[in-house]
Design a protein around this ligand. Structure first.
Ligand code: ADP
Ligand code: MG
Length: 354
């Protein structure tokens, strides 16, 4: 049943909670499968309440399983009939609020999980981890003397110091400034990768997920819909939900032509191999904001109906001749007014259809 080479393997996980009236059950996680390889950073991405934290708690050993199995390094740690206690699993946790001990300084926080070492070794190892997160000079600082980003790095060092098999991070950036988040996500990725640490992160923020993870699982209603590299989630969404959830885009009507091509209002696109759709059939085609390019000289025109300035680019909402609206990301030196008609070209090399 288990995948031999996965560091963390979850098979058919189901977890229920008693409902408020106590008579019924809330199914928080349903038939969830996941394999995380050694050194890999995985991410569960989904909106609030979809079951992300429940999965992490189950991996830690805090939730009994209704059905399924959890393996760490090929060892069964949870099943409906057994739950290895959290203290006997080699897991590090980083929480949304960092959960640092307020009365301990950075060094003491990082030393906390190293009780098995002599006091001198503890200090040496903890200092080493503080230096890996670039905080050697803050060893004596208390949490309230550190910025949010620094507290988060202490919390990461504390989780990494006992050298767990895997680090679990529950929305680790959500209490930080929005501008900081992406930079910190990249920084955290660098630290984890430099130290060959496997991690599973959960977040509701797609930018964060894409910035940090090698593999992302899109979750809804306790299920993972697709577990894939960010690039493939974006360009090859397996379901319409994933297509809608990841990135900006709209569906437009297309008609299947001969030779595996699809005609849409603004051009023709090859259909992915393997789709055997009959000629003449009408299908929905996903058009992302980066599939439409603006070209002042193109004869194909669309009307600007809305625009959002995003710094380097504008996100334009464009009305095609048929009245269908599409999105287009356009470099921000092309500043066109709402109501204006602008030239567009289609830059789409394959069709995503369902
Ligand atoms: P997420 O982390 O994705 O926001 P959670 O795993 O916290 O989601 O919760 C998943 C579902 O389980 C939600 O519907 C939530 O209300 C419910 N739930 C979570 N914890 C409990 C609990 N201790 N008792 C009852 N229901 C819970
Ligand atoms: Mg949660």
């Amino acid at each position: 049943m288990k995948s031999e080479h996965a560091l963390l393997s979850i098979k058919g996980l189901e977890i229920t909670y008693p409902s408020q009236d106590g008579n019924d059950k809330v199914i928080a996680v349903k038939n969830l499968n996941l394999d995380l390889m050694a050194g890999e950073i995985g991410c569960l991405l989904g909106s609030s309440g979809c079951g992300k934290s429940t999965v992490l708690r189950a991996i830690c050993g805090f939730e009994p399983l209704k059905s399924g199995e959890i393996y760490l390094r090929n060892k069964l740690v949870s099943s409906p009939s057994m739950t290895l206690p959290p203290g006997e699993r080699r897991i590090g946790m980083v929480f949304q609020d960092f959960a640092l001990f307020p009365h301990l300084n950075a060094l003491e926080n990082v030393s906390f999980g190293l009780q098995h070492l002599s006091s001198q070794q503890r200090t040496t190892v903890a200092m080493d981890w503080l230096s890996k997160v670039s905080l050697s000079d803050k060893a004596k600082a208390y949490p309230h003397e550190l910025s949010g980003g620094q507290q988060q790095r202490v919390s990461l060092a504390r989780a990494m110091a006992p050298e767990p098999d895997v680090i679990l991070l529950d929305e680790p950036f959500s209490s930080l400034d929005i501008e900081l988040r992406e930079r910190l996500a990249f920084e955290m990725r660098d630290i984890l990768k430099a130290n060959h640490i496997s991690a599973l992160l959960v977040t509701h923020d797609q930018t964060e997920a894409f910035a940090i993870a090698d593999k992302v699982g899109v979750m809804t209603n306790g299920k993972i819909l697709q577990w894939d590299a960010p690039y493939d989630l974006y360009h090859k969404p397996a379901t319409r939900y994933v297509a809608d959830f990841i990135g900006r885009g709209v569906f437009v009507k297309g008609t299947v032509l001969a030779d595996n091509r699809v005609k849409i209002e603004i051009g023709e696109i090859p259909l992915d191999q393997g789709h055997n759709i009959e000629i003449g059939k009408e299908i929905d085609v996903l058009i992302r904001a980066d599939d439409i390019q603006h070209d002042d000289h193109s004869p194909m025109q669309a009307e600007v109906v809305a625009k959002t300035f995003r710094g380097a680019d504008f996100l334009y909402t464009l009305k095609l001749q048929s009245g269908v609206e599409v999105l287009a990301l356009v470099p921000s030196h092309h500043n066109h007014e709402v109501g204006e008609k602008i030239g567009i070209t289609l830059a789409l090399d394959h069709v995503v259809t369902f």
